[in-house]
Design a protein around this ligand. Structure first.
Ligand SMILES: *Cc1c(COP(=O)(O)O)cnc(C)c1O
Length: 345
């Protein structure tokens, strides 16, 4: 593998720092699935307060948390409404169908978001012929739609309609802390409105492993059956929970630096002839290369030759994600590398 010095492929590429590794090595541990791990217990307590929920569980991944949430809210044959760009719809290997046996009803709207009218028209009539609309999933931030942040008001309006119609609500909060920092509101302002919420520690928070699923106690009790069933019940998971606790202590406020760096990267790339930059709301910069004469794949090849990597979405579109392993000096270098690569140098 060629060395990647400036890895803007994703914030999943972060590596645990020396200080985080020390905390992991020294963690107090026990048997997680018997509720005997003190570090996991601390993380859960912390996340309940952070997210405004009664109960929570520690899981190996955000995907497992999302899929468990779908399974506890829905019965086979029922329908889940989410945005067409959503992770549960397009990036979880068909698990909603394979695991929970549900139908997905993707809806559209700018920036990975949708409004009350769109939700209204996606809710099925209550007839014997229609699948029953059961669950609405929102993604905060909306990853493939530019890392956009659902505004508090728009989210509340969609949530209110879902409640009025008796639908369950799940928040895919893989990057919820980015949204909280970007919007300047506590994470629970978003999270507490939902029946369940997933928070991932392996994105911009920089931990090597772990996600939590939070909700009411009855929901998390149901979720334990699925955690066990899917092989997500663990043993001395406190080592990983310690990394997550470290991330909450040290890596949340600093997300603002990633957002600054994303804006800096966007401003720099906007100066390159032909590149069109989508609006930046958090730690993601999406660029459209239609007018440059190079495809995203070609651009990435040229970038890789200089040790810099982005994520190719399709022929025209590239995603660049800022994170704690890409300091500002490397952002400036990335602008130079990408500019030169577009010009064919
Ligand atoms: C990464 C991601 C997930 C899944 O998390 P993993 O921990 O990688 O399984 C879910 N939703 C969104 C929006 C993500 O970006």
């Amino acid at each position: 593998m060629r060395p990647v010095r400036i890895d803007l492929y994703s914030d999943t590429k972060t590596r645990p720092s020396a200080a985080m590794r020390r905390v992991i090595a020294e963690a107090e541990v026990g048997d997680e699935q018997a509720h005997e791990d003190p570090s996991v217990a601390r993380l859960i307590e912390r996340c309940c307060a952070l997210l405004g929920h009664e109960a929570a569980m520690f899981l190996p991944s955000g995907t497992m948390a999302n899929e468990i949430a779908i399974a506890i809210h829905c019965r086979p044959g029922e329908e889940v409404i989410t945005h067409v760009s959503g992770h549960t719809y397009g990036s979880e290997s068909g698990a909603p169908a394979a695991i929970a046996g549900v139908m997905m009803r993707p809806v559209s709207g700018p920036r990975g978001q949708f409004d009350v009218e769109t939700l209204k028209s996606a809710i099925r009539p209550m007839t014997r012929h229609s699948p029953r609309s059961r669950l609405v999933i929102l993604e905060q931030t909306a990853n493939l739609a530019g890392g956009s942040v659902w505004p508090v008001d728009r989210m509340a309006a969609v949530v209110a309609l879902a409640r009025e119609r008796g639908l369950a609500l799940h928040l895919d909060g893989a990057r919820l802390m980015n949204a909280a920092v970007a919007a300047g509101v506590p994470a629970r302002t978003f999270a507490a409105q939902f029946d369940t919420v997933m928070l991932d520690f392996t994105k911009g928070l920089g931990a090597p492993l772990g996600a939590v699923l939070a909700g009411r106690k009855a929901a998390i009790d149901d979720a334990w059956v699925w955690k066990q069933r899917l092989g997500g019940s663990m043993r001395q998971a406190g080592m990983m929970a310690a990394g997550c606790l470290y991330a909450l202590d040290h890596n949340v406020e600093r997300l603002a630096e990633d957002h600054d760096n994303a804006r800096r990267l966007a401003a720099g790339l906007a100066q390159v002839r032909g590149i069109v930059v989508e609006p930046v709301e958090s730690n993601m910069v999406f660029i459209d290369l239609s007018a440059t004469g190079v495809t995203a794949g070609q651009l990435n090849e040229r970038m890789m030759a200089k040790g810099c990597r982005g994520s190719v979405m399709d022929d025209k579109r590239m995603r660049l994600v800022t994170h704690l392993d890409v300091p500002r000096a490397l952002i400036d270098e990335a602008i130079q590398i990408i500019g030169a690569a577009v010009r064919g140098a």
